[in-house]
Design a protein around this ligand. Structure first.
Ligand SMILES: [Zn+2]
Length: 280
């Protein structure tokens, strides 16, 4: 299967970067899938024993947030299920199998025909987060731990509840690891060649995360609450020669991008533009 690279024809023309501090308000856990050193269910740690916040977990959660906000912005979200959402999108494997032939035809008609076909057959969320026929344009880096890693891992007791009586089943007690509240990570989200609707959707998600959301396992038990602080937006637009030059000559990743001012004003504007375009 042919996959179209990020951007119109793979070329970087614009870039948007959101950076922030992600602060956990409660304990949290992203499971390792194995037993921990002192518990039945371990948390994901790096080689130095520090808790890890993988970019894939952040991106998955951001995708969920965008899915839940899309309709308020007049945007489509397939939820990876055409039957449930009613949205035609190639990310639903069973729906894609029905249109695979048309996709093959579009590929033979050149890049523009292929891109048009993809846009007509991909929901707005998958255009940003990627689909089987198009690379993601949004990337989340792994979180960079800002807190001292000493003493961060705690062990809690869990019980298996009897479904009928809602009481603990005595012999089915277990314990699990979680990471302490107040853990802080640096967060970086990059979008290549964002369309106006991408910025409105991402902006709405950043507003939600700034107010507070949840991430990781056992959120129904109150784990994983977080919010964002120190939010910054930066970007570059290669159609402006000065910005192109700064991008090429900047000494640090942050230096290469222009500050875009107050994040709330920036995204408020994108969201307002989107809302007035659907009203009109
Ligand atoms: Zn989709």
């Amino acid at each position: 299967m042919s996959t179209v690279a990020a951007g119109a024809i793979g070329r970087l023309e614009k870039k948007l970067r959101v950076s922030a501090e992600l602060v956990f308000d409660t304990g949290w856990r992203i499971g390792s899938g194995r037993a921990g050193q002192t518990s039945d269910l371990g948390v994901l740690l790096d080689a130095a024993g520090r808790p890890v916040l993988p970019g894939s977990s952040l991106k998955g959660r951001l995708r969920n947030t965008c899915e839940s906000l899309a309709s308020a912005l007049g945007l489509t979200a397939c939820l990876l299920n055409h039957d449930a959402s009613g949205v035609r999108c190639v990310s639903d494997v069973s729906w894609f199998s029905r249109v695979r032939e048309a996709h093959r035809d579009a590929i033979t008609q050149g890049v523009q025909a292929q891109l048009d076909w993809i846009n007509n057959n991909t929901c707005h969320v998958c255009r940003l987060f990627g689909s089987p026929v198009q690379a993601a344009r949004l990337r989340c880096a792994d979180g960079m731990l800002k807190t001292s890693p000493l003493g961060l891992i705690r062990v809690r007791d869990g019980v298996v509840l009897d479904r009928d009586s809602h009481t603990a089943v005595d012999e089915l007690k277990y314990d699990y690891e979680c990471v302490s509240p107040e853990t802080r990570f640096d967060l970086v989200i990059d979008v290549h060649n964002p369309a106006p609707e991408d910025e409105a959707l991402l902006g709405a998600a950043i507003f939600e995360w700034a107010a507070g959301s949840s991430l990781g396992g056992f959120t129904s038990r109150g784990l994983g609450r977080f919010h964002l602080e120190q939010i910054e937006v930066r970007g570059t637009d290669f159609s402006d020669p000065a910005q192109r030059k700064q991008y090429l000559l900047g000494r640090t990743p942050q230096d290469r991008l222009q500050p875009l001012g107050d994040w709330q004003a920036y995204f408020q504007d994108k969201i307002d533009q989107r809302l007035s375009s659907i009203r009109g």
